[in-house]
Design a protein. Structure first.
Length: 255
């Protein structure tokens, strides 16, 4: 028991080095910025072509790219992914939606299923939610112990560091909308027969726990800001921001 207590204390000390101590990246986001339809359409077309060019460059130099989307429910992750992949060569990318682990995955370390989806050299792997679920939903919903989610900060950073040393480019995006906009989107999904499949009772439960999720996200943002792969924060209201994601992917192509 003493050995376990010492191990747990060491895990907490390591995690504390990663966690946010200053307020709020999320609360400081300007959620009121807008872009005109004309500028959006023009820039989207340009950036999608740039990202397609980047895809071919990645294949030529045999470097994998990992793109992570995290954020609130109904914050625009799926829409952004649709836009950044719309003009890509389908042979060179894969979108990985992350749901609850199956029995086989639960029998392994929680990072196992993400290691197994790491893109081949020269390919792009897009993750619609990711390994950060360990310190977000699994933490808030009690699917792992406090010791486990605290330890995950170090484990995640080590995994990403290994990927970067291998040559991978990692881009991580947090999508954010305000509470009112999220409510409107959830209600719209519920009322639209073509989108009602997207919403479940879990979405409403998550909304009731928004304060806990925000706290977890703030601490996660501190843990993710290590030397090799930090988050970029985006709002997604009232316009889709997939074009901004493409722009940053192009900028990172020289990294």
């Amino acid at each position: 028991m003493k050995k376990e207590a010492r191990a747990e204390k060491a895990d907490e000390e390591n995690a504390a080095d990663c966690m946010v101590t200053e307020p709020s990246v999320l609360k400081n986001l300007d959620l009121n910025r807008t872009v005109s339809d004309a500028k959006y359409s023009k820039e989207l077309k340009t950036k999608q072509q740039q990202f397609r060019d980047l895809q071919y460059k990645l294949y030529t130099v045999r470097r994998p790219m990992v793109i992570v989307f995290e954020g609130q429910d109904a914050s625009g992750k799926g829409g952004a992914i649709k836009r950044i992949t719309q003009k890509l060569d389908p042979r060179g990318y894969e979108v990985n939606p992350t749901a609850a682990p199956n029995d086989w995955e639960r029998a392994h370390h929680y990072l196992y299923r993400f290691w197994s989806r790491f893109p081949k050299a020269g390919h792009v792997g897009v993750f619609d939610r990711s390994w950060y679920g360990r310190v977000l939903v699994e933490r808030v919903e009690g699917f792992c112990s406090e010791r486990e989610w605290r330890k995950a900060y170090e484990e995640i950073n080590e995994m990403e560091d290994q990927w970067v040393r291998y040559g991978a480019i990692i881009l991580k995006f947090w999508m954010q909308v305000d509470s009112e906009e999220q409510l409107q989107r959830l209600k719209s999904r519920e009322e639209n027969p073509e989108k009602s499949w997207k919403i479940t009772a879990e979405d409403w439960r998550n909304r009731e726990k928004s304060g806990l999720y925000e706290k977890a996200a703030e601490e996660m943002s501190g843990s993710a800001e290590h030397d090799t792969a930090g988050y970029v924060y985006y709002f997604d209201a009232p316009f889709k921001k997939g074009d901004n994601v493409v722009e940053h992917s192009y900028i990172y192509s020289g990294s």
